[in-house]
Design a protein around this ligand. Structure first.
Ligand SMILES: [Zn+2]
Length: 330
């Protein structure tokens, strides 16, 4: 039996979030290359390889003339072999990128954050927006892997030590040989809109006065993203949603998440915040939101966060365009 050849039902227009700061990578992850036991040694022996050091949560960046940042990439050095090497992938021109987890501590951020020049070590929150797509991808991947290595030194099966393998993408138990892969913990983050198109804002239980954002929470085992959106909204502010529509996602390696964005709608407007999670919650119209930002009664998420982009998706403009807006320091 054939179906009529009517066009598929579509949204009036595709309004998904594009070019999220940490979702722009474009690197080829060349997973097959990681399998070769000598992969990192070979890459560190090739002067065409580009190396970036990772110290704690900081990578070295260089500032351009127009505020843009680039990672400080360099040819391999002999000392790199002492660190844990991560094959981060290849660029469109075939260049291979290796992250090296240095044993040296990160430089004092107070001493370096304001110096500028070639030895500025920044966090991803500081640098992410001003980096190009390739470097944002390198930083995000290197940080996610570094965070994972630092907390998975023992086997979850037997407790023995694990050691890195497959160019930094696997840890293997030295006793039972079991292989353990880097993990990513999904979290949903969502705007909630009422029948008058007002936005729900919440202030977390431990957030300072005036700091508001959209709701978010981790996806639980056995749960779909949409079910997690409905559960988190119900738990945090006591309302049922009618619908949840996907907006976009980006990795969020603080330490190991990916944020999956949704817009939810509800016909329930009476908020019952759970005091354990939410200090206050309120509905705002676009005009009220702009006024609250301008008068600095509330601050709004900024920088690389998907929360900022979800709010702007509803607001219809950037938060920076709201006169006097006070953004949350990252
Ligand atoms: Zn084991």
């Amino acid at each position: 039996m054939t179906t009529p050849s009517t066009p598929a039902t579509r949204e009036p227009h595709d309004d998904r979030l594009r070019d999220l700061a940490l979702a722009r990578s474009g690197l080829d992850r060349v997973a097959q290359e990681r399998m070769r036991p000598s992969a990192i040694d070979d890459l560190l022996g090739d002067p065409a390889t580009r190396v970036v050091e990772v110290r704690g949560e900081r990578l070295p960046v260089r500032a351009g003339n127009h505020g843009e940042l680039t990672l400080r990439l360099r040819p391999p050095a002999e000392a790199d072999r002492a660190g844990l090497g991560l094959h981060l992938g290849r660029g469109t021109d075939g260049t291979a990128y290796v992250g090296v987890l240095a044993s040296e501590p990160a430089p004092d951020p107070e001493a370096t954050a304001t110096t500028g020049g070639p030895d500025t070590w920044l966090t991803l929150r500081q640098a992410g927006e001003a980096l190009g797509a390739r470097d944002a991808g390198l930083f995000t991947t290197a940080l996610a892997l570094a965070n994972w290595h630092s907390t998975h030194r023992h086997c979850p099966r037997c407790g023995a030590e694990t050691e890195p393998s497959q160019a930094g993408w696997v840890r293997r138990c030295v006793r039972d040989g079991s292989e353990h892969y880097p993990r990513t913990d999904p979290a949903v983050i969502m705007s909630v809109l009422d029948p008058d198109d007002r936005l729900l804002l919440g202030r977390g239980a431990h957030w300072p006065e005036g700091r508001f954002s959209v709701l978010a929470g981790f996806v639980e085992p056995g749960e779909s993203f949409e079910a997690a959106v409905a559960r988190e909204v119900a738990e945090e502010v006591g309302i049922r949603i009618d619908d949840a529509r996907y907006l976009g996602n980006q990795p969020w390696p603080f330490p190991s998440s990916i944020m999956v964005g949704y817009v939810a709608t509800t016909s329930e407007t009476e908020l019952r915040p759970d005091p354990a999670e939410i200090a206050e919650a309120r509905w705002v119209t676009r005009a009220e939101y702009r006024a609250l930002l301008s008068s600095k009664v509330i601050r709004t998420p900024s920088g690389i966060s998907i929360a900022k982009r979800i709010i702007e998706h509803w607001l219809g403009s950037t938060v920076e365009s709201v006169a006097g807006a006070s953004v949350i320091d990252r």
